[in-house]
Design a protein around this ligand. Structure first.
Ligand code: CP
Ligand code: NVA
Length: 314
């Protein structure tokens, strides 16, 4: 099945990358969601689809879900992976690393501090590079999240997703994905913790094209009004540990608790990318409530990434 990706800024003769959400066109995203449903329903059908294919996994930051689901995804498609943990580019230039990995393996999955590291890997590598989380984006997460909402609500068009908390990597990817798919998106964040203005502007353009909306507010109640999904993430992301104390104070009014969930639609679901800090951005009661779909999201990371690997590595 051919991947429908938008033109990369760096034209070159190789399969496309997923360096950020923008590498995937709306059609590509729909195709990916459709393929994910098929892969989830009939895993045996794809058990040898990537036989003899290998992935390089590079992780500068910790991971449970992303690393293990990529390892499982490639194995369940008949291939395998190798993993390197630690800083990328300290011991030798990044351009040399990329040109080692593309001789040995068919794709590179990288979790890095800087988005530039993933962009540079994609520039130098002849095999597809997949963003497994950077300071700016977490595209694989957002794709699993919209897939999870589609499973719960059917069509995504006209559904509203509210993100409460930091204008961070997860918020960025979600606003791009949701607006592309015709969902209304709202973000409520405290003063001083905004989303990237260029990414908001891009999401607003997608929303205008798809007859949906993007709302940025300081008021969590306004953000969750009419929401089908209420999403939150940690207040201090990986690399921001030294700010955790100040952030705990600044984000307190932005906790997603039962009182805030009650202001969303009655059948709204609660989403979190995990890992979660119960008692901070959300509560044990919300995490364990019937509204919580956090473990469905985690499961769907596997299915979405299998579909992504099929599209990029086939
Ligand atoms: N949600 C997510 O990316 O989890 P990990 O950090 O464990 O990979
Ligand atoms: N925003 C979080 C997401 C973790 C999956 C972080 O970057 O640490």
């Amino acid at each position: 099945m051919p991947a429908t990706f938008s033109a990369s800024p760096v034209a070159k003769a190789k399969a496309q990358d997923l360096t950020c959400d923008l590498d995937l066109s709306r059609e590509g995203m729909l195709e990916l969601l459709d393929l994910t449903h098929k892969v989830k329903i009939s895993p045996a059908r794809y058990a040898q689809a990537l036989s003899g294919r290998y992935l390089s996994l590079l992780f500068e930051k910790p991971s449970l879900r992303t690393r293990l689901t990529f390892e499982l995804a490639i194995k369940q498609l008949g291939g395998d992976s190798v993993c390197s943990i630690g800083p990328i580019g300290d011991r030798e230039p990044l351009k040399d690393i990329a040109r080692n990995l593309d001789r040995w393996t068919n794709g590179i999955v990288a979790r890095t501090f800087s988005q530039k590291t993933v962009d540079d890997l994609a520039h130098w590598s002849k095999v597809p590079v997949i963003n497994a989380l950077t300071d700016l984006y977490h595209p694989c997460q957002a794709l699993a999240d919209v897939f999870t909402m589609e499973e719960k609500f059917g069509s995504l068009k006209g559904k509203k997703l509210a993100f409460i908390g930091d204008g961070n990597n997860v918020a960025h990817s979600l606003m791009l994905c949701a607006s592309r798919l015709g969902m209304d998106f709202s973000l409520a964040h405290p003063n001083g913790y905004p989303a990237n203005p260029k990414i908001i502007q891009q999401a607003e353009i997608f929303a205008a094209d798809n007859h949906s909306s993007v709302l940025i507010t300081g008021d969590p109640a306004e953000a969750v009004a009419g929401a089908h999904g209420v999403y939150t993430d940690v207040w201090a992301s990986m690399g921001q540990e030294s700010e955790a104390g100040q952030r705990r104070l600044d984000f307190q009014p932005y906790q997603v608790n039962e009182a805030l969930m009650a202001k969303a639609l009655p059948d709204a679901v609660f989403l979190h990318c995990l890992p979660a800090k119960r008692g901070e951005e959300t509560t044990d009661a919300v995490m364990e409530s019937p509204q919580s779909v956090v473990f469905d999201q985690a499961e769907n990371r596997l299915h979405v990434q299998k579909a992504l690997l099929l599209m990029l590595l086939s």
